[in-house]
Design a protein around this ligand. Structure first.
Ligand code: PEP
Length: 250
């Protein structure tokens, strides 16, 4: 009932031409992948090019960040309507690299989520604990509090439009993947929190992706977990062969 999602987060990689070329090559792969949704998240500069190439295909285009204002004096930021204008349907919000590099708080993530929803975008909201938090036994508290703060004030109908990504910070770009069991346990904590905040039906329906060093050789075991509804992938999403293998995890 929860359609899996394979999403590639390209971070600060790829020119416009490289992004367009990638989308052209992944389109036929996505077209055959009825079992999952396929999303790529290029940098801002390549969004319009990638979305143009993806038009009419099964490849959806996501931004990697958003500002909550409709417009204004915010140097370097990009407004929700601009992402829609560029052809985006999704936006990653609260990635740990934004939380850590730019000091983004749950409150800011919450404002961004609301702005994305208002613009008709699907937010992919990231949460995850650091190594120190895991080692001190605080994983569940951290996940609950990030979830609660990032999604505060959303209606049930708002919540039905979002995707969650569980991304343990210690597993991102480190080559250390959470075991399928560790990931599934965190997903259960998040789904329990969803139940408390939004009710049984919405909690059962929300898709929770796992992110953190997902590669072609570990994706199947992760996806075999009932609790894991897809993957948000950094490094292994940058090459067509490797991203194709992730899409074809089945
Ligand atoms: C990410 O950036 O969301 C991510 C999970 O990166 P990687 O797959 O490289 O660990």
């Amino acid at each position: 009932m929860r359609k899996p999602v394979i999403a590639g987060n390209w971070k600060m990689f790829k020119t416009i031409a490289e992004a367009v070329d990638f989308v052209e090559k992944i389109k036929p792969v996505a077209a055959k992948a009825d079992h999952c949704e396929v999303i790529v998240a290029p940098p801002f500069t390549a969004l319009a090019g990638a979305a143009g190439a993806a038009k009419g295909s099964k490849v959806a285009v996501s931004a990697q960040d958003i500002h909550w204002d409709k417009e204004g004096a915010h140097t370097g930021d990009v407004a929700p309507g601009m992402l829609v204008d560029a052809g985006c349907s999704h936006v990653i919000i609260g990635h740990s690299e934004r939380r850590h590099d730019h000091g983004e708080t749950d409150e800011q993530v919450n404002r961004k989520v609301k702005a994305a929803l208002a613009a008709g975008l699907t937010p992919i909201v990231c949460v995850g604990e650091t190594l120190a938090e895991r080692e001190s036994g605080r994983t569940a508290d951290v996940l609950r509090s990030q979830f609660e703060g990032s999604l505060a004030g959303l209606t049930v109908s708002d919540f039905s439009r979002i995707i969650i990504a569980y991304e343990p910070v210690w597993a991102i770009g480190t080559g250390k993947t959470a075991t399928p069991e560790i990931a599934a346990e965190s997903h259960r904590i998040l789904r329990d929190q969803a139940r408390k905040q939004f009710g049984e039906k919405e909690a059962a329906a929300v898709r929770i992706l796992y992110g953190g060093s997902v590669k072609p050789d570990n994706v199947s075991k992760l996806m075999a977990q009932e609790e894991i509804d897809g993957a948000l992938v950094g490094g292994a999403s940058l090459k067509v062969d490797s991203f194709s293998a992730l899409v074809n995890y089945k």
